[in-house]
Design a protein around this ligand. Structure first.
Ligand code: SAM
Length: 206
């Protein structure tokens, strides 16, 4: 794992502390506020144009398991910055190729032996230290004709007086709703209720 960025090691240490205990009840609690994941997974399963997928920040591996139930013939991989989550996901998804690394520079193109058809970020990009760099890296790593799919917190702009409190709460978990220009570079965007979540699709960059 490349920890040469000055803050990378601190980020990894935070994630290990944070998920060290919470990974055991993570899936139970997150189902109530990591909304939009089901929509993204259903859409991916319904799309026939892919045979390999890497999830960046797979956490416990729950999304990969759901994807595999719907598309057992595809190959799966994951890049995870937290050692605690990585160990957990490896136990739960022995059929996936999972590696430790950071979204900004991990070898996504080579993890499965060839560029993946899909790269999926589910509530991960808002935790990444350099989201623009991570997204560009994914778009350069995905196969020609492939897609990068991001589901994450939206700008929360239609949540009225709840918005500041929610932003503050997310901040305490090192989560930062994505900058607007990220959405502007997507070729397809869908918003969930109150702009609480957003789903974006990006084309490959050459
Ligand atoms: C909020 S959790 C989401 C987990 C899973 N994707 C889901 O939808 O349930 C964010 C995940 O991203 C990982 N993560 C955070 N920063 C990362 C980075 N820079 N590179 C790779 N993974 C990262 C965390 O360790 C965690 O597993």
């Amino acid at each position: 794992m490349d920890a040469t960025h000055p803050d990378r090691e601190a980020h990894r240490a935070f994630l290990n502390r944070y998920y060290g205990i919470s990974r055991w009840f993570y899936d139970l609690t997150r189902r109530y506020y990591l909304i939009g994941r089901e929509v993204a997974i259903e859409q991916l399963i319904a799309q026939r144009g892919w045979m390999s997928l890497i999830e960046v920040g797979p956490g416990t591996g729950r999304n990969l398991r759901k994807l595999r139930q719907g598309r057992p013939e595809a190959r799966y991989g994951g890049i995870e910055a937290s050692d605690e989550m990585l160990a957990h996901a490896r136990r739960k998804c022995p059929w996936a190729t999972l590696a430790g690394g950071f979204a900004e520079d991990a070898d996504m193109a080579g993890l499965l032996g060839e560029r993946p058809d899909r790269i999926f970020f589910s509530y991960c990009l808002s935790m990444v230290q350099e989201p623009h760099r991570a997204l560009e890296h994914a778009r350069r790593s995905v196969a020609p004709g492939g897609e990068v799919l991001v589901v994450d917190f939206g700008d929360l702009s239609e949540l009225g007086r709840f918005q500041p409190a929610l932003r503050k709460w997310l901040d305490s978990f090192h989560v930062h709703p994505l900058p607007e220009d990220i959405e502007a570079s997507a070729f397809d965007v869908e918003h969930g209720w109150g702009r609480y979540w957003t789903m974006m699709r990006f084309s490959p960059l050459t």
